[in-house]
Design a protein around this ligand. Structure first.
Ligand code: NAD
Length: 476
């Protein structure tokens, strides 16, 4: 975002944007004010400064961990590395995690972490030092642990950082039998689960695909049912954006533009996502990709003609100053908080369908939940049932072949016989979660005549959290 738009978009705090959305939803519920305040507020905010020796200098690093809600434990949420990290941002992202987990029935309270550094200009060695020191600070204050608070990747972090966190945790807490479950998003070789890396992008794909199956909604924006041939723009080609782009491309959607920090590329006939990534790896930029047009002002890519716009980089990128110029009919919020409340109102009046972040990017935490369960159970998914399923399927096929007096072709046989692998089970669980979540929000929107999916998603989340508080017996 340009400096000019940044200051305009940030005129109000990010946390107050979420509060506005929450308050809109609260109008549909008759809940005591005090209880609503309890749900909204952050339960614990840990702001820390610690020294790290970088080269010959000592640098003081600013970092945060916020636990928004303890209504379910452990708390759960990613860790962001960005020079823009600040307390308001981390508090907001932690709050979003609480609502997100409630919507997709993942039994965690929301949390988030952040370190104010630019990982692009710091060496891997120094990022490791900072990550390990941050983890030991969390351990000192009891802000991390399998049953306390479980971090995961977010903007600027990935498997590498998660494995450093786990290793630091284990070295300080040797012998802790469930130590693997202190962090998710780890490499598979270190207790991670297959399918976690692409989970958020795949969840975004499942969520938008589900909306595009709905005749009523597609009629309202003048689009055909299905994803095939739909024109898609994606902002941010990181973990979430890259995987989402790949799944849309594979499903027959046309990726007309991709936007990164340095600029955007456009081709109305479609961009081949894997070739763009190869070009990016080779040249260090997506710009000058063959047969595509460069767009220097990357923000302008959001305003191009398309059916589906997927902001997958950062918050507040669609604001009151560009909302009117957005031409997309559907916006899928892959990033957290990409649309400000003012922009939300403008787009709502234009009839744009927005699938909200608190549902759409919940694929990551859903699969993190699967990883956490795997770590606590100390057994890989599919280990117990794979052979059993294969043996049962073999017997079933033999019965079918004998009674039909016909041999099933070998390739088809292989497909039917195969027992579920970990990746199959994880993806099936993710798909089911995203489809169910979408319909719960949509049904609530219809039954309570709620103005949009975002408010309906907040109503669903608040209801679920109230249920948990009631079960805990905290509020009579
Ligand atoms: P990432 O660091 O892997 O990727 C972010 C990408 O956005 C990078 O490629 C970066 O260069 C690009 N970018 C930065 N500024 C940009 C700009 N102005 N215009 C265009 N591109 C820009 O981060 P990520 O994990 O993919 O997260 C992206 C968003 O998704 C964040 O809002 C994050 O909170 C949210 N999210 C991530 C996860 C997850 O599992 N990683 C889960 C839920 C939500």
């Amino acid at each position: 975002m340009s400096k000019k738009n940044q200051s305009k978009a940030d005129a109000h705090s990010f946390f107050s944007c979420i509060e506005k959305n929450f308050d809109k939803a609260a109008r549909y519920l008759s809940i005591k004010k005090g209880l609503l305040e309890q749900i909204k507020s952050c339960n614990a905010v840990y702001r820390m400064h610690f020294p790290v020796k970088i080269g010959k200098e000592i640098q003081v690093i600013e970092a945060y961990r916020v636990q928004h809600s303890h209504h379910k434990l452990p708390c759960k949420g990613g860790i962001r590395y960005s020079i823009k990290v600040n307390q308001d941002e981390v508090m907001t992202l932690a709050a979003l995690m609480t609502y997100k987990c409630a919507i997709v029935d993942v039994p965690f309270g929301g949390a988030k972490g952040g370190i104010k550094i630019d990982p692009q200009i710091i060496s891997a060695e120094n990022i490791e030092k900072i990550t390990r020191r941050y983890t030991s600070e969390l351990i000192k204050k009891n802000f991390i642990g399998p049953g306390i608070d479980v971090p995961a990747p977010d903007y600027g972090t990935g498997e590498r950082e998660m494995s450093w966190i786990f290793d630091t945790f284990l070295s300080i807490r040797p012998g802790e039998v469930d130590a693997l479950a202190c962090v998710t998003g780890k490499p598979v070789s270190q207790g991670g689960v297959r399918g976690r890396k692409e989970a958020t992008g795949l969840g975004v794909f499942y969520g938008i695909r589900e909306l595009c199956k709905m005749k009523e909604e597609m009629l309202s924006v003048g689009l055909d049912i299905g994803l095939n041939g739909k024109k898609v723009i994606i902002q941010g080609l990181g973990n979430v954006g890259y995987h989402a782009a790949t799944f849309f491309h594979e499903a027959g959607a046309i990726i007309v533009a991709l936007a990164e920090r340095e600029g955007a590329i456009y081709n109305k006939k479609g961009l081949n996502v894997s070739n763009v990534i190869l070009h990016l790896k080779k040249t260090g930029s997506i710009l000058n990709f063959p047969e595509s047009k460069n767009i220097e002002d990357t923000e302008k890519a959001l305003e191009l003609e398309c059916d589906i716009l997927i902001p997958a980089a950062l918050e507040n990128v669609i604001h009151k100053h560009n909302a009117n110029r957005i031409k997309a009919k559907i916006i899928g919020e892959a990033a957290n908080g990409p649309v400000t409340p003012e922009a939300d109102d403008i787009l709502g009046k234009k009839g744009v369908l927005i699938i909200p972040d608190i549902y759409l990017n919940a694929g990551g935490v859903t699969v993190s939940y699967f990883e956490w369960l795997k770590n606590l159970s100390h057994v890989r998914y599919g280990r117990m049932e794979k052979r059993f399923s294969e043996n049962m399927n073999t017997e079933l096929l033999q019965v079918i072949e004998t009674s039909c007096r016909k041999k099933i072709p070998i390739e088809e046989k292989k497909m039917i016989l195969r027992g579920p692998r970990e990746i199959d089970l994880v993806r099936s669980g993710l798909e089911d979660t995203m489809i169910n979540g979408f319909h719960k929000i949509r049904d609530l929107k219809k039954s309570l005549k709620i103005e949009n999916l975002r408010t309906a998603a907040f109503v669903l989340a608040i209801n679920k959290i109230i249920d948990s508080y009631e079960k805990l017996g905290i509020f009579p």
